[in-house]
Design a protein around this ligand. Structure first.
Ligand code: URP
Ligand code: ZN
Ligand code: ZN
Length: 465
């Protein structure tokens, strides 16, 4: 047998288990796993390293319209540069229509923005904010058919939130067309009530972002989203679950037989609401929705990661610059937390944080790490040739140095934001080489070539439960 590339001697994390073997790659595809593979044009010596499936981050926001005067810190070049530096080979950004755009026009515009710019593969989820007959009857079915087989609906954010009836209408399309609905579960009316009250009382600092989005707001919406999915008889994903009470609703839903999948993110096991209370305006760096909670909730979320309740560990990368009037410091943001753009950067740090906090600290196995950072994302969102080190799959592989200990520092990161919420956070384990369809795209923190990523049309979701 001959190969373009052989990766020699790594501990390989494959669906069948972990073993030391060689990985043979031909034409961008894994063609052999075994001992002493010869006949390769390129040999990558990987003694002492761990070979994992390239990370798939199925929840990122890139170049997304974010309101008047606000600009996301990443375009497709910088976001995917940051993704591969952090060991990812595929990201799934959301496609949000701009004012007056149809969903189909929005998707075409995103394709144009991404074309030729991506250092890793990408595939777009849709965001459904309108439920008119053209969107539901024409655009959505056509886009699903073209490989956009998942879409997000919001229960919060004025202008984006759908009513229960509208969510049911969207779910009905998902059922008919075999697509998957993702839900951002927070009760907008309750948030508005608390936000107005806080402002009336002069409580306008960033900390009040978290105080006006308390756990019950997320718990109630999580319960309601699952209930709506039961009514519509569809599976759903609850994204960015932040706390134990929302997780409890998911467990209860599953016990009733609901097909509910769950995602969580690094911020819910490493940051707290106290971070939003940092001196001056620094708390704005941590404003995201749902907000980080408490250290007790870290333990609740870990129990779900360890126990198998979470299929997905994503970043919810949604980067804004801090020291920037088109970012966190947009006019009005210092007057009220209401105006601070929601979201934090994290596509590059997701995997090192979970590796360090999860694998190195003995909470999860290498196999579970691979499942919740890559394999489940591929299966649930219909990326048929990705997410596992297996013969016949795309050679999307990340090599880890499991012993490299370093602090996370903005100065070392590749995103377009000017800060990281994890400045100084020490991790052990770091991705040292990222291989996209057989080609090395990052080695030792340096990107090794022109953008080689493309858009992937996805198949039907695989219902994992
Ligand atoms: O604060 C966040 N998470 N911003 C991104 C948009 C979303 O809700 O996922
Ligand atoms: Zn969301
Ligand atoms: Zn998000």
């Amino acid at each position: 047998m001959s190969f373009d590339t052989v990766i020699r001697g790594a501990r390989v994390v494959a669906p069948g288990g972990v073993s030391v073997c060689d990985i043979g790659i031909e034409n961008g595809v894994i063609t052999a796993l075994g001992a002493s593979l010869d006949g390769a044009a390129e040999v990558i010596e990987a003694d002492g390293l761990i070979a994992m499936p390239g990370g798939i981050d199925s929840h990122v926001h890139i170049a997304q319209p974010s309101g008047p005067g606000v600009e996301m810190a990443d375009d497709f070049t910088s976001a995917t540069r940051s993704a591969v530096a952090g060991g990812n080979t595929t990201v799934l950004p959301f496609c949000l229509p701009e004012e007056g755009q149809t969903l189909r026009e929005a998707v075409a515009a995103y394709h144009a923005k991404a074309e030729g710019k991506c250092h890793c593969d990408v595939s777009f989820h849709l965001i459904v904010i309108k439920t008119d007959p053209v969107t539901l009857g024409q655009d959505l079915p056509a886009l699903i058919h073209a490989g956009h087989t998942s879409f997000k609906v919001f229960m919060t954010y004025r202008g984006m939130a759908l009513s229960d009836r509208e969510i049911l209408e969207v779910m009905a399309v998902a059922r008919e067309q075999n697509a998957l609905v993702m839900v951002h579960a927070e009760n907008e009316d309750a948030i508005e009530f608390l936000r107005d009250k806080a402002e009336r009382e002069g409580n306008t600092d960033p900390a009040y972002h978290a105080r006006t989005r308390p756990v019950p707001v997320e718990r109630e919406a999580t319960h309601r989203a699952i209930t709506l999915a039961e009514v519509a008889d569809v599976p759903l994903t609850i994204v960015h679950v932040s706390n134990g009470e929302a997780l409890e609703e998911i467990r209860r839903g599953r016990a009733r037989g609901a097909k509910v999948f769950a995602e969580t993110c690094p911020q819910y096991v490493t940051l707290t609401a106290d971070d939003l209370d940092r001196a001056g305006f620094d708390g704005a760096k941590y404003v995201c929705s749902p907000p980080p909670r408490t250290t007790d909730d870290w333990e609740n979320i870990w129990s779900g990661i360890v126990g198998g309740d979470f299929e997905l560990f994503s970043s919810d990368h949604c980067p804004f610059r801090f020291d920037d009037s088109a970012g966190k410091d947009v006019p009005g943001a210092r007057k009220s937390f209401r105006n601070i753009p929601n979201g934090i950067p994290g596509v590059e740090t997701r995997l090192p944080i979970l590796f360090s906090e999860g694998v190195v600290k003995g909470r999860i196995s290498l196999e579970r790490f691979a499942a919740i950072t890559a394999t489940n994302h591929a299966r649930l969102y219909g990326l048929k040739s990705k997410g596992a080190i297996m013969v016949g799959m795309d050679a999307d592989i990340v090599l880890w140095d499991p012993e490299l200990t370093r602090p996370i520092q903005q100065a070392d990161l590749h995103h377009g934001s000017d800060y990281t919420p994890w400045e100084g956070f020490e991790v052990t384990g770091w991705p040292v080489r990222t291989i996209l369809r057989g080609r090395t795209v990052m080695a030792d923190g340096t990107l090794t070539g022109a953008p080689a990523g493309g858009h992937i049309a996805r198949g039907a979701p695989e219902i994992l439960l």
